[in-house]
Design a protein around this ligand. Structure first.
Ligand SMILES: Nc1nc2c(c(=O)[nH]1)N[C@H]1C(S)=C(S)[C@@H](COP(=O)(O)O)O[C@H]1N2
Ligand SMILES: [Mo]
Length: 423
């Protein structure tokens, strides 16, 4: 039997031996050669001299203190108060595709309410054979599904219409999260109530004071919409609609009603505040486009980016980012280091998933000179993410919502990045 109480001594001994025999091997630049003795390798460190926390120290864990800058942030001047407001996901610091609930952006119109499961009721009324009221426990008894979807606020990148504005991917593109939802298809509940033939729309409302009412065509309601109660395996957080929210895959975040309380089947759209004066795109000629539900394909480089500068010299560099489409899956992402003159096809970490975030990587050898980084997403419908100028030709400068134009980060020779626009 080997002595498991002393493994590190053996390892240190081996590494010292390696150094003594002059074993410095050229690594291609991403690691440093072991020429100088490194005390973090050669000395016994404090954390190896005592005991760590017991398993009862933290019943529900938070990230370690060294990661305390990976947090939601808001932009103070953006809204008059923090109640009807927005904060942003720290996408510049995350990897993979799943957004932890604890740092997933929040958007409330009248604050995040506290609603106990016991007090939860969902009513389906209007053009149905039998109006129904569900308790939380009732919902748990219907067959459920697990699906990963992104939720993007239509106002994401909305401050950037008139030019580069906010200096960080978190602020320009952080009104997005991507979670695995567990819930009951809305179709199942509507079928339980029995939709009358005249029923063509559903009007969905939340239990908060704003109610955030939205009309959804019945076709979508019967397709992939979920009445969800878990996200990433655990109960929804209060700020994401505990105990139950609507998940409307691929469609603008405003339709993802939180604290879902009522679904009315109607003949027509209600034309509520949230779907008329808000979340509507005003065009170049001053007229407004009615309904923009689907979120078009979009992408952003999350690192390097203003909040995630390059901290090393020339050599291997990982360029990474996120891409998504409300119309299907991401099939390809191209990355440019010269502001769109030439493009290289990035590597997708996984095959694109329907209406979910895709992670892309481009592994390059950086020569240490400045770069104009851009990414361009393509989706399963053949759609290619437009430049900001192409968008402005159609949409003008009066828009706020649905800005899916190509983002540029200028990276200087020091590795610092800045939000810029090139035309
Ligand atoms: N009941 C209710 N649902 C709501 C809102 C709200 O204020 N109240 N905000 C909407 C908007 S505008 C967005 S973008 C998403 C944001 O979801 P999140 O807070 O989980 O990120 O919720 C939507 N659902
Ligand atoms: Mo939103």
């Amino acid at each position: 039997m080997t002595d498991k109480s002393q493994p590190s001594t053996t390892r240190r001994g081996f590494l010292k031996a390696g150094i003594a025999t002059g074993g410095a091997i050229a690594t291609g630049g991403a690691a440093h050669a072991a020429q100088e003795p490194d005390p973090l390798i050669t000395e016994v460190q404090p954390w190896a001299q005592g005991l760590g926390d017991g398993v009862d120290a933290v019943p529900y864990g938070l990230p370690i203190e060294y990661e305390d800058d990976v947090i939601r942030r808001n932009v103070e001047w953006l809204t008059a108060d923090t109640i009807s407001s927005i904060n942003f996901t720290p996408i510049h610091a995350l990897d993979g595709t799943i957004t932890p609930q604890g740092c997933a952006f929040e958007r409330h119109h009248s604050g995040a309410i506290e609603l106990r499961k016991e007090d939860y009721r969902l009513m389906i009324n209007g053009l149905v054979d039998q109006p129904l009221i569900f308790t939380y426990a009732d919902l748990e008894r219907f067959p459920r599904e697990n699906r990963v979807y992104f939720c993007e606020c239509a106002a994401n990148s909305g401050m950037e219409w008139a030019g580069a504005q906010l200096n960080g991917a978190q602020f320009t593109h952080g009104m997005i999260h991507n979670m695995e939802y567990s819930g009951v298809p809305l179709r199942t509940l509507l079928e339980e109530a029995g939709v009358k033939p005249e029923g063509k729309w559903v009007y969905v409302e939340g239990a908060d004071a704003s109610s955030n009412g939205r009309s959804i065509p019945l076709e979508k309601a019967m397709d992939d919409v979920l009445v969800a109660f878990k996200a990433n395996g655990e109960a929804l957080r209060k700020e994401h609609g505990y105990p139950v929210r609507l998940v409307v895959p691929g469609w603008e975040g405003n339709m993802w009603v939180k604290w879902l309380r009522r679904i009315e089947v109607t003949t027509q759209a209600i034309e509520s505040r949230e779907e008329t004066s808000k979340y509507t795109d005003t065009l170049e000629d001053g007229t407004s486009r009615k309904w923009t539900w689907e979120m078009d394909a979009k992408s952003v480089i999350t690192s390097p980016s203003p909040q995630s500068p390059i901290k090393h010299g020339p050599g291997p560099l990982v360029i990474t980012g996120l891409a998504w489409s409300g119309r299907g899956s991401i099939t390809r992402v191209d990355v440019s280091t010269d502001g769109g003159k030439t493009w290289a096809t990035a590597r997708l970490a996984q095959e694109g998933q329907d209406k979910a975030l895709s992670r892309f990587y481009l592994d390059i050898t950086w020569d240490g000179s400045e770069m104009f980084l851009q990414s361009r997403a393509m989706d399963s419908t053949g759609y290619v993410q437009p430049t900001k100028d192409q968008l402005r030709e159609v949409r003008g400068l009066n828009s706020i919502y649905h800005n899916n134009g190509i983002q540029t980060w200028w990276v200087n020779a020091k590795g610092e990045a800045e939000n810029v626009e090139i035309s």
